[in-house]
Design a protein around this ligand. Sequence first.
Ligand code: C2E
Ligand code: MG
Ligand code: MG
Length: 740
Amino acid sequence: MGKKPREAAALRSKAEAQLADAPTRKTSARSAEDLLHELRVHQIELEMQNDELRQAQIALEESRDRYVDLYEFAPVGYVTLDHAGMIAEVNLTAAALLGVDRKKLIKHRFAGFVAADSHDHWYRHFSLTRQGQSLQSCELVLKRNGDSHFHAQLDCVNSQNCDNSSVRIILTDISARKQIEDELRIAAITFQSSEGIVVTDADGIILRVNGAFTKLTGYSEAEAVGKTPALLSSGRHDKLFYQRMWTSMRQEHYWQGEMWNKRKNGKIYAEWLAISAVLAPDGSITHYVGSFSDITKDGEAEAEIHRLAYYDPLTQLPNRRLLIDRLGQALAASRRNGHYGALLFLDLDNFKTLNDTRGHDVGDLLLIEIAHRLNVSVREGDTVGRLGGDEFVVMLEDLSEDAQMAALQAGIVGMKVRDAIAMPYMLKGLEFTGTASIGVSLFCNQGDSVDDLLKHADLAMYHAKESGRNSLRFFDPEMQAVLDERSAMESDLRHALVRKQLSLHYQIQIDATHSLIGAEALLRWEHPERGQVSPAQFIPLAEDTGLILPIGLWVLQTACAQIKAWSGNPATRGLQLAINVSARQFRQSNFVEQVQQTLAASSIDPQYLKIELTESLVLDNVSDTVIKMNTLKEMGVSLSMDDFGTGYSSLSYLKLLPLDQLKIDQSFVRNVASDANDAAIVKAIITMGRTFGLHVIAEGVESSEQHEFLDQHGCHGYQGYLFGKPMPIDQFNEWVRQRA
Ligand code: C2E
Ligand code: MG
Ligand code: MG
């Protein structure tokens, strides 16, 4: 642009010279005018250029101001030092960082602002920068306003001008970053502590755990992350416990207390746990941090104290104190749930004599052995305790809701306990027989106190002693009557076999085409006074007393003899006879041999014998059952699952068992035509049976509607009053003869 004004000035002087010549040279007048015109044009251009120039100048000034602002107020400080380390120039940010007025900084030694501890570092760094061209960074502590300190990062570069060199520094305050780094370092160290630490998000999802967590719980970080702390739940705390904990977390953002948790290996342990909520600036919870230590050892000490206070040191049984406590709880529970409980009060007969004649140490051995026998005679949830001396207590809970049934249950346990105690003892090489007198008191919601109960049971025990020792008496005469009745029935049942009071009745079984396929043998007891007693009444008694073993064998032998008898008659030759086998009978180690021997002795084809088992029997000990069933099956005997659908019918065991038949329980058959649920169950059982290739038979078929429904859905066989009631053998044979 500088060229243009010069050009215009040259043109102007050229034009003026030509105009001065004009009168003398005519021709040149024209060119002068041209020149003037050109001049005007140039003048206009010149003005325009001046305008541009002004605007450019304004823009330049503005942008310079902007750059000045950028420089002065940059987020980092700029400092220029001369070769001697004196401050030559600083921006406002740097002045603010150093906390000194800019003017006062100039010509001051920069080292004066470096904290004493960082001096050496600074000098090393400064000389390094001056030697090279590259950017050098370092972190130092600088002084602010001469007293306080701050962490700074210095990025320095050597700037070489023609005759002097300077060092330009970019100064960044890194105090905040340093603080975070420090905190992280502290946190990392804390995280390595011997306390287990777990960090969760606000929803309780585990984000991090430390090494001690893994050591204490057995769960690795990978196994824990993404889960909730419920991973460790021991199930020992109730809902209320967790509710209280969360209330405290919500209100105080903190909770601490003892907690029982479960390790990966299933072991329960006690920990002291402290949980803190991590809050965001707006007060919302972002994380939870829990730290815990294993206090099981302390717990063990506590347990020891507890044991000493509540347990009898000789027998390790609960002492009177704990018993009274538990009795109170049992009373309250039974009032709530309506189930009876029973208190059995035992006193050894002639214990004093043993103590006096054989010494206290032998007496102690007897007490320890009795404690053991009592423990194995009761269920897991029942409590056995020692009140002192030769007095023991057994507390039974969750008996029947029916008083008579509960009395029976308590009576059975009482007799079991009495018999267990009456077995001979070997004490220091000598045999000893001891017995106990037992008093029983039932409790439910009669409003009795713990004291009342103990008194009643104690009183009943005295009556037992009076009635001749080794006996059991109820406090309530009505309950005593129930027990007496059962005892009478038991003694009658013992004689039933010998007195030939038992017989088998036969109920026909038909197939879908109404052809006779077989029968079920059902036991009958013809009691001289009571008349016919139902198997539902005496089979459980026979099971409890073990009488089922000789009775069951008799059923097996009678049934096989019947099959043999049928084989001689063309009308009955192909009939299959089913017998019921109860759990205790099946559990005998020689059950399979019994069947084999009976089959051989009666020389019958095993395919005509069918054994009915129940689901509860099978599930009681699946592996033993499967082995026995397979052997029976290999022998050619058929196997049927009786009362199917009432137990825990599951596909997995159906697949496992070598069954031939499913027998739909009569409770489903009863309402099959009217109840949609029962209908659905029956249909499902038929489908299931068909799927597994099993014969499906329905029992308890009483009406043609039931029969029709079953027939429509593909049931294979039927048994029930609709076709025939269970009948004595002569009647049965006659029935078959008439049909043939
Ligand atoms: P279970 O094996 O399920 O026998 C079927 C029961 O239903 C029999 O009762 C039978 O008389 C009855 N019943 C048959 N058809 C009908 C019907 O149309 N309607 C109704 N309402 N009932 C019908 P029972 O004879 O009283 O036998 C009861 C239970 O006693 C048997 O149930 C079986 O579990 C057991 N039991 C019978 N005999 C023996 C045996 O010799 N040994 C063993 N261990 N248990 C047996
Ligand atoms: Mg049966
Ligand atoms: Mg049945």
